[in-house]
Design a protein. Structure first.
Length: 133
């Protein structure tokens, strides 16, 4: 039920590149979700005070080392779904991200439909998802 998700899934997108904000908003709209918060960097205090249900992070442009950042997010937010958006296209990199705590690893080479599909699968099943082609 899309309306149920819209009111109950709190989404935080960490995207340092303002250029991608509108396309990511569309991705979440197609999932029936509204983005509650966009930020260029993680504000850990804010994340702990008001934890999201889903965090979507572009690890390519983060000032944090990606794997340490994913591990820290997983440690601080054990119940939050973590989706990693990356230009890395290797299955090995995806496995390492999953091992660090990511629920989904989506390559920037994936098209809009694949990103929506990957996020939907992660949300609906809670299973690890990778699109690394």
């Amino acid at each position: 039920n899309v309306e149920h998700r819209t009111t109950h899934v709190k989404v935080h997108v960490i995207e340092p590149q303002e250029l991608f904000v509108s396309s990511l908003t569309e991705v979440f709209r197609d999932l029936g979700l509204a983005v509650d918060r966009f930020s260029a960097e993680a504000n850990f205090r804010q994340l702990l005070e008001d934890p999201p249900d889903l965090i979507f992070i572009d690890v390519d442009f983060s000032s944090q080392e990606p794997l340490k950042f994913i591990t820290l997010l997983r440690t601080l937010l054990p119940k939050t779904l973590i989706a990693v958006y990356t230009s890395m296209r290797s299955a090995e990199w995806a496995k390492t991200c999953h091992f660090s705590g990511a629920n989904a690893v989506l390559t920037k080479a994936a098209d809009h439909r694949e990103i929506v599909e990957g996020l939907r699968q992660m949300i609906d099943t809670g299973e690890s998802v990778s699109y690394t082609h």
